[in-house]
Design a protein around this ligand. Structure first.
Ligand SMILES: Cc1ncc(COP(=O)(O)O)c(C=O)c1O
Length: 371
């Protein structure tokens, strides 16, 4: 039977598997950092209205530049992220993954390299591979913060074209302060004109302010955001970036025409009308996240400080390591994520009932393992 490797596929894709967490049908799913709150009914009704309006014109291509949506996203950022931006600073695509891909299509590519500080969001490396960009794995400290001196040294030595900074970082939950980003930005620009991409997919869950104000006077700095997490709209597929207008012009050179459907634009605009309600859920989730951290620590787990809607916990060094614990939790109907960080697992903050079920399962597994 013909398989992928019998096809004239690019060498770097040979033998590889597609990215994706298991989508298993279990009672408590806390493995993909989704928001556990379904959209409120009033918003669902508003989406239906706006999509019906859009449907009347589906014979036409959508607004290619998504001007109204970019304007509303800019208004949201100006209100919540501590820096005034306009539609000219903002670009939107189908999930922040597509935003990141467009950035690497424009600023990475064959003969160029990107660096990320691992463990981090593994799609950064995979999007690099997909766009033919070389990947450099940068260092972190034992507490999962970025080792600034080591990072500066590797940037000076390897001179990457793109630097990824994920804040809060997935899967560790670690937020990055402005001084660190500025140190990496300066190091990158000293080596060559480079782009620094700050991935703030979980920005709304952080105790720290957004790094958005850093784009001021720094055309090589981009902040990437998403409606998948804080807006509880992972199924919508809407991500966006904020940067100097020249960056927005650059990604337009690689975007497919009409990439953002009229239905997507209408739905995102409806969701933005309900920002305040949705940010109320974010506040509840932050409390639940803090409760998970406190209760896991009380059980004796090592827990990484988290500024996101998930928590990295461990340190499981018994037989089978973290994966054995992942399996034992799954057998109790609780699905968490094994990101391959030795000894560690990641749990997404769910509803209070889901979190209780998760905590009970961890307690039971720890007790069983100590027996
Ligand atoms: C750090 C980070 N960036 C980006 C994304 C992509 O999100 P989306 O494409 O849904 O916007 C994720 C999703 O989990 C993430 O964890």
């Amino acid at each position: 039977m013909t398989g992928i490797d019998d096809l004239p596929i690019r060498d770097e894709l040979r033998g590889k598997s597609p990215y994706g967490a298991p989508q298993l049908d279990v009672p408590v799913r806390l493995n993909t950092n989704e928001n556990p709150h379904p959209l409120p009914e009033a918003l669902v009704a508003r989406i239906a209205e706006r999509v019906a309006e859009a449907a009347r014109e589906l014979n036409r291509y959508p607004d290619r530049d998504a001007v109204e949506l970019r304007g509303e996203l800019a208004r949201y950022l100006t209100r919540t992220a501590g820096h005034e931006v306009t539609a000219e600073n903002v670009w939107a695509a189908n999930g922040s993954n597509e935003v990141l891909q467009q950035l690497l299509q424009a600023f990475g590519g064959p003969g160029r390299t990107a660096i990320g500080f691992e463990p981090s969001y593994s799609m950064h490396a995979l999007i690099a591979r997909g766009t033919g960009t070389g990947w450099i794995s940068g260092p972190r400290n034992d507490d999962f913060t970025i080792d600034v001196e080591a990072a500066k040294a590797v940037i000076a030595e390897r001179r990457p074209h793109v630097v990824f900074v994920c804040s809060p970082n997935n899967p560790t939950g670690t937020a990055v302060d402005a001084e660190t980003v500025l140190a990496l930005y300066d190091a990158a620009q000293a080596a060559r004109p480079a782009m620094v991409i700050v991935d703030e997919a979980y920005g709304e869950f952080s105790h720290r302010p957004s790094l958005l104000p850093l784009i001021d006077g720094r055309p090589g700095l981009v902040v990437s955001r998403t409606m998948s997490k804080a807006f509880g709209a992972a199924g919508l597929r809407l991500g966006y970036l904020a940067a100097h207008p020249a960056v927005v012009d650059a990604v337009q050179l690689v975007r497919l025409p009409y990439h953002l459907s009229a239905v997507t634009q209408a739905t995102a605009l409806a969701a933005l009308e309900h920002t305040d309600t949705l940010l109320g859920y974010v506040r509840q989730l932050k409390d639940e996240r803090d409760r998970l951290v406190a209760e896991l620590r009380a059980m004796g787990c090592e827990v990484t400080d988290s500024d996101a809607n998930f928590v990295q916990f461990g340190n499981f060094d018994g037989p089978g390591g973290a994966h054995a614990v992942w399996q034992a939790l799954l057998e109790r109907g609780v699905l968490v994520r094994d990101n391959g960080v030795p000894g560690r697992l990641r749990v997404t903050a769910g509803t209070p009932a889901e979190n209780d079920a998760f905590l009970d399962a961890v307690r039971a597994v720890l007790k069983e393992n100590n027996r």
